[in-house]
Ligand binder design. Structure first.
Ligand code: FES
Length: 169
């Protein structure tokens, strides 16, 4: 399967109704910025840029403050993310055991590179530092599932498996 990377959704196509609903829910509560941002992330799967202006206006905070929070906490994402997050470890033990080949195979099969998301929003691919299971190198993860002793054949099996999985949670 091959996919071009996903483009960012144009601002005018973002429906702000859900973001307004989330803001309404927390509007009068103290310390509401984090739960509002978390709610938006859960609902949209990421933080669309137009929602940042909306939150700034309605919570009376500067957009720069919001960007500060979004860039500090790794759980927030400013671009759409795939339903399945593929992570390949490129730490030392995995590198020595051929992580580069695994990474390149995923790139070739999915048509996306590091930190990119497929156009159908099924996959996001990320190269990551040591995942703490060096004995299973080279290591890959798909969401919370771990795959050790990775081979090119296992890459194909993983993609085949997750291509069959539903897009809903
Ligand atoms: S280097 Fe890959 S799991 Fe530690």
């Amino acid at each position: 399967m091959s996919n071009a990377p996903a483009e960012e959704i144009p601002a005018e196509e973002i429906d702000l109704a859900e973001a307004n609903h989330i803001i309404d829910k927390y509007l009068t509560l103290p310390g509401n910025l984090m739960p509002v941002l978390q709610g938006i992330q859960d609902s949209y799967g990421y933080i669309p840029r137009p929602t940042i202006d909306l939150v700034a206006e309605r919570l009376n905070v500067y957009p720069s403050q919001i960007y500060g929070v979004l860039t500090f906490y790794a759980q927030f994402h400013l671009k759409p993310r795939g339903r399945y997050i593929i992570r390949v470890c490129v730490g030392t033990a995995c590198h020595v055991q051929g992580a580069e080949r695994i990474t390149e195979t995923f790139f070739g099969r999915l048509g996306i590179g590091h930190a990119e998301t497929s156009a159908d929003l099924r996959y996001t691919f990320e190269k990551v530092a040591c995942l703490g299971a060096c004995g299973m190198a080279p290591l890959a993860m798909v969401n919370d599932d771990t795959y050790g002793k990775m081979t090119v054949q296992k890459v194909d099996e993983i993609i085949e498996t997750y291509n069959q999985r539903p897009m809903t949670k």
